[in-house]
Design a binder for this molecule. Structure first.
Ligand code: ADP
Ligand code: MG
Length: 320
């Protein structure tokens, strides 16, 4: 339980507490070959790391129980080093709480993703990160680098802005990619697909398929074609299987409208794009432009799933 647990940003003034937690946590681990270098950390080295990159300390009833050192040396990415939980307070709540705060910090700093290193000899640790959607990126010896691309939500004021957002997404996609669009009828899924198709340089027009469930738009610029699927009428996952998209997805960018829970089986990676019509807020009594309620406002939430999106700069490309 993480009750009464506080996770605070740690500056160099917390170096002594942080280094103590690191030493206690790593001393309790099984010996590894090569050994973890955490034992070499000193109050000076930790103070320098906290000064340059920051970090976190988790406190329960005045006792430091967990710590993380940040590593901001890679542009757009937040590294997590020395993820430590005191064996006295060893429970997943401490680590989870720290990871949650670390993700918030990375998001607020406008970062695209998070990386960390984990030893494969510690399968419990690998499972901890896997459970939180961190995926292996590369390995060196017995050290696995795991990473996670952060999701984003954006306000999209009108249909043109939706096409612009889709054009930015087009700059990130390649043949074999699957995008799953969800949202009510009229939310803007087809509008998004139009913007995507235009930016990809495919032969249009992209329309709501009426009789055809899937339509292939060939590229006019030697790039991937666009397969546009409207799964709105499909009742089940079995039916989407029937239309045999697997055959085409390798050479195309595939967009499935209204496919939540159905299209994911086509690929081990996909980009989920959820479009919500914004609930009407109060009208600004002064009547300034920002207070004028717009029927057109949408909120688009983009979440990457699977290894394909690791290290793709989603947030910096789409929020800029
Ligand atoms: N912010 C917005 N984003 C997308 N479409 C918008 C927006 N505001 C208004 N619209 C309009 O809403 C309609 C969306 O229709 P469509 O893209 O076919 O929706 P869907 O495919 O989700 O059913 C279009 O007429 C579009 O011009
Ligand atoms: Mg549509």
């Amino acid at each position: 339980m993480s009750r009464e647990l506080d996770v605070d940003l740690a500056g160099p003034d917390r170096a002594q507490e942080v280094v103590d937690v690191i030493h206690r946590a790593f001393a309790a681990r099984p010996a590894l070959d090569p050994p973890a270098t955490a034992g070499d950390e000193t109050v000076e080295s930790v103070a320098a790391a906290l000064e340059d990159h920051g970090g976190l300390i988790a406190m329960r009833r005045g006792l430091p129980l967990g710590a993380i050192l940040f590593d901001r040396s890679r542009p757009g990415l937040m590294g997590l080093r020395r993820v430590s939980v005191d064996p006295l307070g060893r429970d997943r709540g401490v680590a989870s709480a720290m990871v949650g705060v670390a993700e918030d910090v990375a998001e607020e700093a406008g970062m695209d993703g998070i990386w960390l290193h984990v030893r494969e000899e510690l399968p419990e640790n690998v499972r901890f990160w896997s459970h939180r959607k961190y995926r292996p990126v590369r390995r060196e010896g017995t050290t696995i680098e795991m990473g996670k691309t952060l999701w984003l939500a954006r306000e999209v004021p009108d249909a043109d802005a939706m096409r612009d957002l889709a054009a930015r997404v087009a700059g990130l996609v390649r043949a074999g990619d699957l995008l799953v669009l969800t949202g009510d009828l009229g939310a803007g899924k087809t509008t998004f697909t139009q913007g995507l198709g235009e930016a990809l340089g495919i032969r249009g027009p992209v329309t709501s398929p009426t009789f055809v469930i899937a339509r292939t738009h060939p590229s006019l610029v030697g790039g991937p074609s666009l397969v546009h699927v409207d799964a709105y009428r499909l009742g089940s996952a079995a039916e989407i299987d029937d239309i045999d998209l697997d055959a085409t997805t390798d050479e195309s960018v595939t967009v499935v409208e209204w496919g939540a829970g159905m299209a994911e089986q086509l690929s081990d990676s996909w980009l989920s794009i959820a479009i919500e019509t914004r609930a009407a807020g109060p009208v600004d009594p002064v009547g300034t432009a920002s207070g004028v309620l717009s029927e057109d406002m949408r909120v688009v939430t983009i979440r990457p799933y699977g290894p394909r999106w690791l290290e793709v700069p989603l947030r910096s490309t789409l929020l800029a």
